[in-house]
Write a protein that binds this ligand. Structure first.
Ligand code: ADP
Ligand code: MG
Length: 703
């Protein structure tokens, strides 16, 4: 990009078929129709699509595109695309560039090789992609990308976008009903807003390529700790290294061109760990943009000779990466429904939405946990670096006092906002926030939104938002049912009564203390909260009657879709650990053992030649090394055998849940034991003998 075009507003979204491009290029009536579809969620007619397609094609070609692709999010957690060129041969041997409304609206990729959890027999391979006009099309690498939903021949959702859109509709429906009931008649639509903070690691690409575990599994399966870890707390918010800074700069630029509002960047807690946060957007667009962000991060990293690691736990003993999901609801009149205003205790509308959210999270805590369950994320949750696997809600001191006054029926006395006293007069004066932050809570109220901190860095944030939207829709629906029919003069009293009841029922989920302690684990158990530690522990809750009923009632998933997702989640978990087991076995058997044997041989030769030189040589050090390594190799060898045998056994288990449980209980612990033995040996073998770079190399190599 040339220097003159560097002014961000000039190129932000230059690769996006956004509202301003549409307004400029579409005929007025067509623009209005599309705008209405996007804003109101109404259906779009084919003749409108035809015109949009023609204009979109012109714009795309002008901007260098030769192809178009329906871009979708199958159950792999990644995105998928199949590119078609715009060319259409003519009778005189030439081509014209074509793109019809039908091609824009519908695609028919062969769906047989995407996970479907038994939804589709392979002979019914047909799948459909359907244009999602609410997420703007964009150009990347010479192709026009059209965000689409993906479903099977029978119409079942095979992706993450479809249920997300359904959940946004459900929340919209229920929220608008409640707002009208509360007298806020101007609102006609409520959207969910999401800002997802993305954590990631950067590793030197040449080092990365020497690690099979990172290449195949995204995380290290071996590696003795480096002498230095994150204990100095010197990386968090630290000065950006020049090369890293230049990577971040390029990343921002690429994202801005694609209309992704990248806003914040900084170093994270662990060495080589960083974060990017965008400005929040409507849930659907935010989820698409997060997928794009992850992809562009990897691409830009590659250009800068880095590998970008998005795995939740790339390094043992070092903090893993998450993806904080900031969530709120906004009306088409511009009101953030979770904004308490200056006097929250008197803000009935806010309290209703706040308490509905608390009730939803308590009622469907199991689903919230499941929404972030993956083989990778299981390493993070409950490991004192991320929230525990227990779902609880933090509201902060002021709101806790407001809620208490509602529950006890007492008056809430608003405390004076305090001026900050920093103690030096040159510093600016500002008012103190009414509450401190709580970093240990999985679901924290942070001023005017909730921050769900459990999602892992690698996954699509669609899942947690599907659950959250649906659970809150259900809580609002119950509130509506209770309050509809109440006369206007009784409304306030009835609302108060209802909120009081809801709090009494759901206050068990509220917790303002330190979520990382053992006391909390015990306390949570006393309160009857779930502590679903691993995916196989959590998954059966997905097909509990109450949860199936929830999804069916709000038309998010049919029971068939739920059962297919249940299978897919278990299957993905099993496959991930299976690959890890095979990778670890290969790394130890082929690569590590060669280094170990060679080193032992060299030490032996060294000792022998010393003895040859003089019988008086004691060779104490050599003997010690050999003895230790000999003992360790025995352990390595027997553990390797055990892992191989157990993995064979695992392959024979038919039932998916049984299989997942076995991988969790047996394979993971076999892997841990093998790793412990190998790492102990690694710690005394010189680097030159090791087949792969060490933790020290990987974590402290950034410039
Ligand atoms: P912190 O690290 O303190 O949580 P960040 O600024 O890194 O703060 O991230 C906060 C995220 O929350 C940003 O992505 C921001 O856009 C998002 N956010 C702010 N307001 C809302 C809202 N109303 N709805 C959803 N997300 C929001
Ligand atoms: Mg945050």
């Amino acid at each position: 990009m040339s220097e003159e075009t560097k002014y961000i507003p000039d190129y932000f979204g230059c690769m996006v078929f956004n509202d301003s491009v549409m307004r400029q290029r579409l005929p007025k009536d067509i623009y209005k129709a599309v705008h209405k579809t996007i804003k109101k969620g109404t259906h779009l007619e084919l003749d409108v699509a035809n015109t949009v397609a023609a204009v979109m094609k012109e714009w795309a070609i002008e901007n260098g595109a030769t192809h178009f692709t329906h871009w979708f999010q199958p159950m792999t957690g990644l995105t998928a695309e199949k590119h078609d060129s715009f060319i259409s041969p003519t009778s005189n041997g030439q081509v014209i560039m074509e793109f019809s409304g039908k091609e824009l609206v519908k695609g028919e990729p062969d769906a047989s090789s995407f996970p479907s959890g038994g939804l589709r027999a392979t002979f019914e391979a047909r799948g459909y992609t359907a244009w999602d006009p609410s997420s703007p099309a964009f150009i990347k690498d010479g192709s026009l990308y059209i965000p689409t939903a993906f479903c099977s021949y029978g119409g079942e959702a095979l992706d993450k976008k479809t249920p997300l859109l359904r959940s946004m509709e459900a929340l919209n429906r229920e929220a608008v009903k409640v707002l009208h009931l509360l007298g806020n008649a101007a609102v006609t639509k409520v959207d969910t807003t999401i800002g997802s903070e993305q954590e990631y690691f950067l590793i030197d690409k040449d080092l990365y390529k020497k690690r099979k575990d990172l290449m195949l599994c995204g995380r290290t399966l071996l590696g003795a700790p480096a002498p230095k870890g994150q204990e100095m707390e010197d990386h968090y918010f630290g000065v950006l290294k020049p090369k890293v800074s230049s990577f971040m700069h390029d990343l921002d630029e690429e994202l801005w061109k694609l209309g992704v509002p990248a806003k914040t960047k900084h170093n994270e807690v662990a060495p080589a760990q960083h974060e990017l946060a965008p400005v929040f957007e409507t849930a659907n667009v935010a989820v698409d943009h997060n997928q794009l962000t992850m992809e562009i991060m990897k691409k830009v990293a590659d250009k800068h000779n880095y590998a970008c690691l998005l795995h939740e736990k790339p390094f043992e003993g070092i903090n893993g990466s998450g993806k904080h999901n900031n969530w709120s609801m906004i009306t088409d009149t511009g009101e953030n429904l979770l904004d308490p205003g200056s006097t929250p205790a008197e803000n009935m509308q806010f309290l209703v939405f706040l308490i509905a959210t608390i009730a939803a999270v308590d009622e469907y805590a199991d689903l919230m946990r499941i929404s972030v369950a993956t083989a990778g994320n299981d390493h993070r949750l409950g490991a004192n670096e991320a929230p525990p696997a227990i779902i609880s809600v933090f509201v902060g001191d002021e709101l806790a006092a407001v809620l208490k006054s509602i529950e006890e029926g007492t008056d809430f006395v608003q405390s004076e906002k305090k001026q900050m006293e920093i103690g030096a007069h040159v510093l600016p004066h500002f008012t103190q926030d009414t509450t401190d932050r709580n970093r240990t809570s999985p679901f924290a109220f942070t001023g005017n939104k909730f921050e769900f901190r459990m999602p892992g860095s690698a996954v699509s944030v669609a899942n947690p938002n599907i659950v959250l939207n649906t659970a809150v829709a259900e809580a609002l629906s119950k509130i509506y049912d209770r309050l509809s029919g109440v006369s206007e003069e009784n409304l306030k009293d009835e609302v108060n009564k209802l909120l009081k009841e809801l709090l009494a029922e759901h206050k068990k989920v509220l917790f303002n203390g330190n979520g990382y302690t053992d006391e909390w684990v015990e306390e949570a158990e006393r309160r009857g909260l779930f502590n679903l530690k691993s995916l196989p522990d959590a998954m059966p809750r997905f097909i509990e009657k109450k949860n199936i009923e929830l999804f069916e009632k709000h038309k998010i998933f049919t029971e068939t879709e739920i059962r297919s997702r249940y299978e897919i989640n278990l299957e993905n978990y099993v496959k991930a650990i299976h690959i890890e087991s095979l990778t670890l076995q290969e790394m130890v058997r082929k690569d590590f053992t060669a280094g170990l044997v060679k080193y032992m041989k060299d030490v032996t030769c060294e000792a022998l030649s010393k003895k040859k030189f003089s019988d008086a040589m004691k060779c104490t050090y050599e003997e010690k090394i050999l003895k230790t390594l000999d003992d360790t190799s025995e352990k390595i060898s027997s553990q390797l055998e055990k892992l191989a045998e157990d993995t064979k056994k695992a392959e024979g288990i038919e039932d998916m849940l049984e299989s997942a449980k076995y991988y969790q209980a047996t394979i993971l612990s076999d892997m841990d034991e093998l790793r412990a033995a190998v790492d102990a040996a690694e710690a005394i073998i010189p680097n030159g003998y090791l087949p792969y770079p060490t933790y020290g190399d990987l974590l402290f190599s950034l410039r």
